[in-house]
Design a protein around this ligand. Structure first.
Ligand code: GLN
Ligand code: ZN
Length: 784
């Protein structure tokens, strides 16, 4: 007997399995331990379990084709046959070998690929497609690659197959497709003159074919995702949306489309979205609750509105009564036939099941909801709004109690943190003196040569280091033994850096598991899960920490390691911290405070660490902020506000030190052109950035904007095992002198070295030091 409910949808579910089953099935297949059949069987099992779970929990619009072996954008490229020539696909069914070559590159030959050079002596690999972040999430998709005159053909019927598979199991699903306009906009071409949107007319017939096949097999609704609807759109994109959805309505009039927008509000695209001939429109009412009124005022009568009220991007339990208060009048006014209740976006971005967590504080656990729990919340809302109040009254009351308990909890609210935040004074985000003055003090204190050499912080995390850490975590290695092991590693790293002649040393970060986790585990307000895995890309999953309460630093975090390392050498030892924006960006963040406020709390905690390092005799401190750029909001209009508080937080963390203490920062990318002013405004004494892969293209940004402080444009690409020769790095440094003054330039790799092997790192850094010496000598000679 089914309980009355409004239609309830998830928009998509995590694919990875509660126990990371997909990862293990993939790795077993890739390593050759198991065959194709075993992988496909595991995948089918995960799909069936997802469908069953949703039905059991009361989800009524169950999606299909939300599953992927690797990535749904790649699946779409494969569906429409957008497979670059290099992968040797000759039409026909796309093999798993080709699919995974697109995803991960291949070492040998792919399906039917002939060696282009005809050498026959060795097999030729192909690189993977490029990977990019999916909107403002930490999920990475494989970038579609298009060519001029690209033809599209139906190369995979995955959406139809999975619909049929579900149907055979007794589920009438709503298949999910990535919409054609967003798909094209996510893609790129080697030919910069090619606008992917110009390929729309070629692409649409394949979509029409898929829609017709879905209809022919019995689908009534199809969910079609166009998250580009929350971006700043140009006229060409608006026109493309009209063309695409006009064509679908014409070609398959009986099939109902649920067009989804998510990760933000429709904003100035609202009129365009409402004008499209679709049966339903999904709104993200978590990110953009304010858009509901505007939509209600203008939506055509017959349009089904899918109200995304359960947060698909975060792990907090919803306040059900307050959502009901907001939605009940909407349902009453619009009628239950034209409303669906949904998660704000696919549940792909949250962990699967809170019930697997056995170590969490019970209070905290009661405030959380992972994918499974969110499905339950959706069902509760659907039933309550259908008038089924009595049966679920207890559930609703429980939600209200949990919410009230969280709001009042001492575990969340620390008056000392609130007092510190209230007492932040403007000067706290400013160094005592401007850079020109600090620079003089620092030159005197540090006595470094021109083109000083340094590294970004980490040295190789060898199998021994990882083994020791695992043994220590399991209790097989005592604290004392583990500590002795780490000290020995650190000592050896310091000795070696001195030997090869680096100017500013690092301790090597051997004690750190991860640059966020290491600090999160030592800060109050952070908690970690045991099974809270979320897909980052393909088979790589991460367990983001949860910031649940006010953040503070109960005790020093890095001072002991930095001072130990400094005690081993007379050269400056660089302290090494992860910055406030990155500490926040790579975590699940509490939703009861603005992000800017959470970030300020972290900044103050780090500020204490910075000043403690200084007091302990550390003269250079690096505060890494690799995540500043990826935190940029999706809409340009929101950039200035974000950049203002992000920069302020960095400065709050960094500015408690004397003029003669040198603050460094590091970022792992080089697309700075549009935010260069803000990077400058961080006012770090030295910034190190990635540039070697782009051959110092970054420096173009500095032609228009004269970066005032010192800068280390990476000369050694750490993403590759290759050892760069001296001459290559000398050349890059000489190139840098064309846009920067010589006394501004530092010499360092692109990023940390933890993923590399010592066999690669040793010769590369020896060469890097030699390159710096060559450039110094050449400059001295030129000055004679
Ligand atoms: N200090 C860190 C390291 O060297 C920086 C890593 C990063 O920026 N991603 O590993
Ligand atoms: Zn980096």
């Amino acid at each position: 007997m089914s309980i009355p409910s409004l239609p309830v949808s998830t928009l998509g579910t995590p694919r990875i399995g509660p126990r990371r089953e997909l990862k293990f099935a993939l790795e077993s297949f890739w390593s050759g331990k198991s065959g194709e059949a075993a992988l496909l069987e595991a995948a089918a099992g995960l799909r069936a379990a997802n469908w069953a779970r949703q039905r059991a929990l009361g989800v009524t619009n169950i999606p299909s084709n939300d599953f992927s072996l690797y990535d749904h954008v790649l699946d779409t490229s494969v569906m429409v046959g957008a497979i670059p020539d290099a992968y040797g696909w000759n039409g026909g069914k796309v093999s798993l070998a080709t699919y995974f070559a697109l995803a991960r590159g291949s070492e040998g030959e792919t399906q039917g690929a002939a060696c282009a050079s005809g050498c026959g002596a060795h097999s030729h690999g192909v690189p993977a497609l490029e990977m990019t972040k999916w909107f403002d999430t930490n999920y990475h998709y494989l970038t579609p690659e298009f060519t001029k005159g690209q033809v599209f053909t139906l190369a995979s019927t995955k959406p139809v197959d999975e619909y049929v598979e579900a149907k055979a199991l007794g589920y009438q699903t709503r298949p999910v497709l990535l919409g054609p306009v967003t798909f094209l906009k996510l893609g790129k071409s080697k030919d910069p003159a090619l606008d992917p949107l110009s390929l729309l007319a070629n692409l649409l017939p394949v979509y029409v074919d898929v829609l017709r096949r879905l209809k022919a097999n019995g689908a009534e609704w199809v969910q079609i995702d166009e998250p580009c609807l929350v971006l700043d759109l140009d006229d060409a994109t608006r026109q493309a949306l009209r063309a695409a959805y006009g064509m679908f309505a014409h070609a398959s009039p009986a099939l109902k489309l649920m067009l989804t927008s998510y990760f933000g509000g429709l904003g100035d695209n609202l009129a365009d979205a409402l004008a499209l001939p679709v049966a339903g429109l999904h709104l993200d009412l978590v990110r953009a609750p304010e858009q509901l009124d505007a939509v209600l005022a203008r939506a055509p009568r017959g349009l089904v509105l899918s109200l995304g009220v359960i947060d698909g991007r975060n792990i907090w339990r919803a306040n059900i009564p307050s959502i009901l208060d907001r939605l009940a009048p909407v349902v009453a006014k619009r009628g239950p036939d034209h409303i669906e209740i949904a998660s704000s976006c696919s549940l792909l971005h949250v962990p699967i099941d809170l019930d697997l967590e056995t170590d969490l504080d019970p209070d905290l656990k009661n405030w959380l909801a992972f994918s499974v729990q969110k499905m339950g919340e959706l069902a509760t809302l659907g039933r309550a709004l259908a008038g089924g109040g009595d049966a679920i009254a207890a559930t609703i009351a429980d939600s209200a109690r949990a919410f009230a308990a969280r709001a009042a909890s001492k575990k969340v609210h620390d008056p000392a943190v609130a007092a510190r935040i209230a007492a932040i004074a403007r000067q706290m985000a400013e160094r005592a003196s401007p850079f020109e003055i600090r620079r003089e003090w620092q030159r005197r204190a540090l006595d470094l040569p021109d083109f000083p050499t340094t590294t970004i912080g980490s040295f190789p995390q060898t199998p021994e280091v990882r083994k020791a850490r695992a043994a220590h975590a399991k209790g097989a290695l005592t604290d004392a033994d583990y500590d002795a092991f780490l000290r020995a590693e650190t000592k050896e790293a310091v000795r070696w850096q001195e030997e090869i002649g680096l100017d500013v040393l690092v301790h090597g970060e051997f004690e750190r598991n991860d640059m966020v986790q290491y600090f999160g585990e030592q800060l109050s307000g952070y908690v970690f899960t045991q099974h809270g895995w979320v897909q980052s890309y393909g088979s790589r999953y991460v367990r983001p920490p949860i910031i649940f309460g006010d953040v503070s630093r109960p005790k020093q975090m890095t001072v002991a390691w930095s001072t130990y390392a400094q005690s081993l050498t007379k050269r400056p030892m660089k302290g090494m911290l992860t910055g406030p924006v990155t500490m926040m960006q790579w975590s699940f963040v509490r939703d009861d405070l603005p992000r800017s406020e959470v970030c300020r709390q972290i900044a103050l905690a780090l500020r204490d660490e910075v000043t403690d390092l200084e007091a302990a005799g550390i003269r250079i401190i690096q505060i890494d902020e690799p995540a500043i750029r990826e935190g940029l909001p999706l809409r340009r209009a929101d950039w200035p506000a974000y950049l203002a508080w992000a920069v302020e937080c960095f400065r709050l963390a960094a500015s408690g030190v004397r003029d003669d203490t040198q603050i460094h920062t590091h970022m792992c990318y080089s697309e700075f052109n549009d935010i260069i002013q803000s990077i400058g405004a961080m006012d770090a004494d030295v910034i190190s950035i990635e540039t070697s892969r782009s051959k110092m293209e970054l420096l173009d940004a500095f032609v228009a904007y004269r970066y005032p402080n010192e800068i280390g444009p990476g000369v050694y690409d750490i993403h590759s095992p290759r050892v760069p020769p001296v001459g290559e790095m000398t050349e890059l440094l000489v190139k840098a002198t064309k846009s920067l003054t010589p006394d501004q330039i530092w010499v360092n790799p692109d990023c940390g070295l933890k993923t590399r092997k010592w066999e690669e790192v040793r010769p590369a850094l020896v060469n890097m030091v030699a390159a710096a010496k060559d450039v110094r000598a050449a400059l001295a000679k030129a000055a004679e």
